[in-house]
Design a protein around this ligand. Sequence first.
Ligand code: IPD
Length: 297
Amino acid sequence: MARAVTHTVATNTGAIIRTTDEEHVPRMAEHEFDPEELLATARAAAAEAGRLLVDGRPERLGVAQTKSSPTDVVTEMDTAAERAIRAAILGRRPDDGFLGEEGGSDPGVSGVRWVVDPIDGTVNYLYGLPQWAVSIGAEVDGVPVAGVVLAPQLGEEYTAVRGGGAWLDGKRLQVREPEDLSRALVATGFGYRAERRAVQGRIVGGLLPRVRDIRRGGSAALDLCAVAVGRVDGYFERGTHDWDRAAGRLVATEAGAVVEGFHGAPASEEMVLAAGPRLFADLHGALLDLGADETGY
Ligand code: IPD
């Protein structure tokens, strides 16, 4: 039996977010969520995982398993960090749902779901490059309300709550708008499958003469944060997963970026495109010119 349920979220700006959905009894009729409390939970879990990933990294870190291709790797540390994050969050909030890159999904019963990438930028982590992050987002009925992207080896923590702005270590973030597309520094990423990479390479090749330059950092979460902090002007990628985007998307939107897919669709595995509103339109147009919205790659 289903019934409409209202979730109430108070933000640190005093705004109240209410989301209504159909739920099944015996779930509670009304839940109250404090996004600041969710953020505090996320930060504590990220800090614990960050310590584990830095201090516990074995000298000779190997690949524990592969996923979509031989280069799509999981290390023993991905699994250990996700376990630590799950225990830290669900220890505090046992009724919440959880979606982790390495551990499947559990819907929970509270209306809150955690979307977690224990190491976004696993290949960088494997090679000892510092550009990787612990990414933890909290959603209420699918609406992102709090997120943290912690990059321990860069010494940076990005945070956001819905309606409360995006922050890097206490400094409020604001996206940059370059004069036009030709002045834009654009980040992107490539999937793990060879066939997809071949098409992505062709698209980037077509974009390169039209922009200032391209960057490939190796962590989608940090690419979204880079848009927020103005280290790049825009970012796009096909093939990212919910856990890659959950926290970084909130950081970018709270810093004033538009973060969407093609033709007004929500950001998804098909496309995540993030930039200030003016550049977003130009980059979107350029990507359509290059056929980036075509299916089959
Ligand atoms: C990957 C990184 C990379 C992006 C890939 C993601 P992972 O996440 O974010 O930058 O290009 O699409 O899968 O595998 O390191 O968690």
